[in-house]
Design a protein around this ligand. Structure first.
Ligand SMILES: [Zn+2]
Length: 396
């Protein structure tokens, strides 16, 4: 009796256990099915492309966490492994893009998908998600940028500093001319500025810590806003614009002048920015630099202090190369000059001499004088860059 009761009790216990296990499994299956319905599926691939960026968009049925996307780069091919993500079908797309050749979506299992991007060069890319919004579904976005991935440099060193050299004028815009207002001038400012600027580049390129970016290297017209944009995009540590002055009413004026923007100019410019922006015009003289309200809003006082340091360094080393008396020193620029106001970019404008002064004019076209001016500018920039690196190292 006791035995029976014991075994009966045990049997009941076992049955209960079995029941729980069975029910558990059933619930688990139901749960999995629900989840299976829930897990995201890639529906289609779209893309848009400009010179600066190619954006590839994968429309998904629901949210994909960034953690479930693993990327792997093999030369020009980027593989994305999407875990817990399905794909409606195999998709293959050839892109009309300067950066990306093709995209392929490969369903591996119902919960695993691979995406293959074939780039034209090993470009930089960024992956992120965009939440569903209104009629737009959740999107996985892959942005490809034209910068090259540097793979060879493993040794840690102070990163290269970027210096933008801006030869004034060019192409249809000759700048100042001599004889003044002549239709067939003997001297055009655009050639002097280009010649000096290329020499500055030659000297700076000898310094492995400096990367030189030019706004132009040929006789081409580069709009002023484009020049400011080049400075901003290259994250320039210094921006140096090169010009030659012209003062027909004061032929006695001569010498090299280094201009930096005046803080007063900003205050004034801010007030007139909107009015000016409405009436943007790009004309041949630097005086007409148009102002973008955005650029002004972003301007910081740091830029003024840094621009002063840069101007000071250039003036000092110019004095070592060109007769002291020829150096007029630093002046505040009160005119609206866009390049001097690129946000966060210490910038100066070097007027390398007066085309309206007979002696300056003779010198300006001479190779030896251009070399000396260029050496002075280049060494000034190097000195300034060196001061930046010292500060950066001290902070580490
Ligand atoms: Zn000029």
């Amino acid at each position: 009796m006791l035995e029976f009761a014991k075994s009966f009790g045990e049997r009941m216990k076992r049955r209960a256990l079995l029941k729980t296990l069975l029910l558990g499994t059933i619930f688990q299956i139901i749960g999995e099915e629900a989840e299976a319905r829930k897990h995201p599926v890639v529906l289609r691939v779209r893309y848009s492309s400009t010179e600066e960026r190619t954006r590839i968009v994968l429309d998904c049925t629901s949210t994909v966490s960034r953690k479930s996307i693993k990327e792997r780069v093999r030369g020009k091919t980027v593989w994305l492994d999407l875990h817990g993500v399905g794909a409606a079908r195999r998709i293959e797309k050839r892109l009309k893009s300067p950066l990306v050749k093709e995209v392929e979506v490969l369903p591996i299992t119902s919960r695993r998908t691979k995406v293959k991007l074939v780039l034209k060069e090993p470009h930089r890319f960024k992956i992120f998600g965009l939440k569903s919004c209104g009629s737009r579904p959740f999107r996985i976005v892959i942005d490809v940028f034209p910068e090259f991935i540097t793979t060879e440099c493993k040794v840690r060193r102070v990163p290269q500093r970027v210096v933008v050299i801006d030869p004034g004028h060019g192409g249809k815009d000759p700048g100042a001319v001599w004889p003044v207002r002549s239709k067939h001038p003997k001297i055009e400012e655009k050639w002097i500025t280009l010649s000096i600027a290329l020499k500055v580049r030659k000297y700076l390129q000898r310094n492995p810590d400096i990367k030189v970016v030019m706004t132009r290297t040929r006789d081409v017209y580069v709009p002023l806003l484009k020049r400011a944009e080049i400075a901003a995009k290259s994250c320039a540590d210094a921006f140096v614009s090169i010009h030659a002055d012209s003062m027909p009413r004061y032929p006695q004026w001569s010498g090299v002048t280094v201009f930096k923007a005046s803080p007063k100019l900003f205050a004034k410019a801010e007030r007139t920015a909107k009015a000016v922006a409405k009436n943007v015009k790009l004309c041949s003289d630097v005086m007409c630099w148009s102002i973008s309200p955005l650029l002004i809003n972003l301007a910081t006082t740091v830029t003024f202090a840094e621009s002063s340091k840069l101007a000071e360094a250039i003036v000092q080393s110019l004095k070592a190369h060109v007769n002291d008396e020829l150096i007029n020193g630093i002046k505040d620029m009160y005119r609206n000059i866009l390049v001097l106001k690129t946000p966060g970019r210490p910038a100066v404008l070097v007027e390398s001499g007066f085309m309206t002064n007979p002696l300056d004019r003779k010198r300006l076209v001479k190779r030896w004088y251009q070399e000396e001016i260029a050496k002075g500018i280049a060494q000034g920039i190097e000195r300034y860059i060196q001061s930046l690196n010292t500060v950066a190292l001290a902070e580490e």
